[in-house]
Design a protein around this ligand. Structure first.
Ligand SMILES: [Fe+2]
Length: 257
């Protein structure tokens, strides 16, 4: 199974959005024939109607099935009322043939901070399925992301959420927000951040990227596609059989910030 993991599109008529990069990235993504694409939030910049309309129009160019959660930018200016009109439920559980996908809204109206809260803990508790791979996805990050600047906006209840995810042995968590791709394994869980798909606010040399995640019975492999260069590099390989994790992000030549 192949999953496209994209984030932080930041559609707007202003300067945040790079439509040429978006179109190029979508061409690459469509060529990878993902079973589905998970968008971990911030499809807009200010949650405006015109931005939602643009985001909806542009994301229709993605040929794989899309699953979308909101980010903090999508909640601005009553954007939280628009999100369901354009992208459906903000919190969802989909039982797909090979995985259970739990999408959660970590964002709140007019706040950059995020939190999940007890209602969403229950969703995780109830929906993690024994013997079936579970993926949990939301916008904000759960642990600090290196190379992304001064730390801010980790979800307020990160400790409780992390504890629950580790106790339930959720193998894969997908996040965004920091505009930097990164992955780290903690206990039996792989935490993966996608960089920004099409926002001009990239960080240092990271550029615009998206993640390509291949999962089979034995491992989860995460590759990062650099949209400008078209180069795809393996970031992490996580064995589902013995828990071994090789984090290639920390190989010297790949850790250039
Ligand atoms: Fe964000």
């Amino acid at each position: 199974m192949r999953i496209g993991h994209i984030s932080d599109i930041h559609s707007t008529q202003g300067t945040d959005f790079n439509p040429k990069i978006f179109d190029k990235a979508v061409g690459m993504l469509n060529g990878l024939h993902c079973d589905f694409v998970f968008v971990s939030g911030d499809l807009t910049t200010d949650g405006l109607l015109s931005e939602y309309e643009l985001a909806a129009k542009k994301t229709q160019e993605i040929t794989s099935r899309l699953f979308v959660v909101p980010g903090n930018h999508d909640e601005r200016n009553l954007g939280f009322k628009l999100f369901p009109e354009f992208f459906g439920e903000t919190d969802f559980v989909h039982t797909l043939p090979q995985v259970t996908l739990i999408g959660l809204a970590s964002s709140e109206p007019d706040k950059d901070d995020g939190r999940l809260g007890r209602g969403r803990y229950r969703k995780i508790e109830e929906c993690v399925t024994a013997g079936k791979l579970t993926i949990v996805g939301f916008h904000h990050h759960l642990v600090p992301v290196p190379g992304s600047g001064r730390e801010t906006n980790i979800i307020e209840d990160a400790g409780e959420t992390l504890d629950l995810i580790l106790r339930k042995e959720v193998p894969l968590v997908l996040m965004g927000h920091r505009h930097v791709p990164w992955a780290v394994k903690i206990h039996k869980t792989l935490l993966v951040n996608a960089g920004t798909f099409s926002c001009n606010r990239t960080r240092a040399h990271f550029g615009n990227t998206f993640n390509v995640i291949d999962i089979d019975d034995h491992q989860i492999k995460v590759q990062v596609m650099n949209v400008r260069t078209g180069e795809m590099k393996t970031m992490v390989e996580f064995s589902l059989t013995d828990g071994c994790c090789q984090n290639r992000y920390y190989e010297p030549e790949k850790n250039k910030v």
